[in-house]
Design a protein around this ligand. Structure first.
Ligand SMILES: [Zn+2]
Length: 74
């Protein structure tokens, strides 16, 4: 969100400018944009936590496999 007063680029959901503290205009279009971006952020968070979970599961499977193979070999 570009500040109309000082042209500082603020985070998209800022209500005031980080640099000059001027209130940023809140139009219907901007509200929609903020909503969409928040949804996207949530999706991204979900995807990242799923990636972590999958990574953890793969690690666990590898450990179990090593243990099972170790028991089977010896
Ligand atoms: Zn500003």
């Amino acid at each position: 969100m570009i500040c109309p007063k000082c042209h500082n680029d603020n985070k998209y959901d800022n209500l005031t400018c980080d640099f000059c503290m001027a209130p940023l205009p809140m139009t219907k279009e901007r509200e929609k944009e903020i909503e969409q971006k928040k949804k996207l952020e949530q999706k991204e968070k979900y995807r990242k936590s799923m990636d972590k979970l999958i990574g953890l599961s793969i690690g666990l499977v590898i450990i179990i496999l090593i243990v099972v193979i170790g028991i089977w070999v010896f």
